[in-house]
Design a protein. Structure first.
Length: 205
């Protein structure tokens, strides 16, 4: 999209006081980069309701975004009757970023372009990205200098540090059910579902 700007180039001409104020503002908003994120869990999947809970979205949104290809479950899709979609940690991270952008008034068209760009990045690279927006355009920053420059220029009205979202999602998912993606894990999950169904039937009776 032409409105979306990536790899923002710093503009010269800002004074030291402006830089300091912008740096303090960025720090207060949690937009500067840190390296204290945990490794990505590689063998864990999360069902739709869990993904919704962690991302703060409705199931209707989750289903619509999956059907339109915005964010599809990368661990396991619903390929047949009775199968459960499983979302990865990275999927849920992107879902939460989308929710933040929507709340900031960013158009779904721009969000789709931004998500596609994020998808092309490696997982480790995601934590080195801060998305900034002035409500009309989305800018990708990969350094603290770029974040500060956008704040100085008035283009950084709203920001999302992906590393910060990562930690939020990680904290939420730690308290929610997950499933191992191995065959053994799927068998355990199936047994758990069966026990839950029996318990519900007993309570209903």
């Amino acid at each position: 999209m032409e409105d979306i700007v990536f790899d923002h180039e710093q503009k010269p001409g800002h004074g030291a006081d402006d830089v300091q104020r912008a740096a303090e503002q960025a720090d207060e908003q949690g937009l500067l980069f840190t390296d204290d994120v945990s490794p990505l869990p590689s063998d864990t999947g999360y069902r739709g309701p869990t993904a919704c809970n962690a991302a703060g979205i409705s199931y209707r949104q989750l289903d619509y975004w999956a059907r339109t290809g915005l964010v599809e479950p990368s661990v396991r899709g619903a390929t047949g009757s009775g199968t459960q979609r499983l979302y990865s940690f990275r999927d849920i991270l992107i879902l939460k970023v989308i929710k933040r952008l929507l709340d900031a008034g960013i158009s779904l068209q721009q969000i789709r372009a931004a998500v596609q760009h994020l998808r092309e990045r490696g997982t480790d690279d995601l934590t080195r990205v801060t998305l900034m927006s002035d409500g009309a355009s989305v800018y990708e920053c990969t350094s603290n200098d770029e974040v500060i420059d956008l704040l100085q220029g008035g283009q950084g009205v709203f920001g999302i540090a992906i590393g910060g979202v990562w930690r939020e999602v990680e904290g939420t998912l730690a308290e929610l059910p997950s499933e191992r993606t191995s065959e053994e894990g799927e068998q355990v999950a199936s047994m758990s579902d069966e026990l839950s169904a029996r318990r519900a039937a007993r309570n209903a009776g």
